[in-house]
Ligand binder design. Sequence first.
Ligand code: 5GP
Length: 176
Amino acid sequence: ESKLQLIQRHIRAFPDFPKKGILFRDICPILKNPASLTAVIDLLEEHVRKNHPRVDVIVGLDARGFLFGPPLALRLGLGFILVRKKGKLPGATVSVSYELEYSKAEVEIQEDAVAAGQRVLIIDDLLATGGTMLAACELMRKRQAEVLGCMVVVELRDLNGADRLKPHQVFSLVQY
Ligand code: 5GP
């Protein structure tokens, strides 16, 4: 079995969660199984070493980007920065708001989290419409950091998130 097959086998689908009509992809089994979590980090590390050797820091999205970001950052000998939902971070922050289906959301970083000119890779568990990832890219732009690329474990292709993120590159391990 390949690393990718091992990962695929540890993603479950739940119909009608969190609401009717949504097929939720659950990545919890990946974390429960050390071999599949190792496979995720192995493949992400391989991608970064090959394509983005000059990256300075890994940026992870609230909340499941926090599960994969730090182990990847450690493998690469890099630090990790948190993009959080509004109101969770102390001190001076920079925020970006974005549209959800029926409402608005806001993400933020600490003002001193990333320095101007730093090269970052952004990671999350899953890309759907790309709204969350786009807001994170905008946060980086506001701080004059350079986004080298976006990485996710799962990409929901039908929702065209990667198109919305252009010209930023999206790298995903598993696509539906
Ligand atoms: P987007 O902003 O791309 O529409 O939604 C992506 C965000 O919502 C990610 O932070 C992701 O964690 C969460 N999300 C949306 N749908 C799913 C799903 O089916 N499974 C998981 N694990 N997360 C989802």
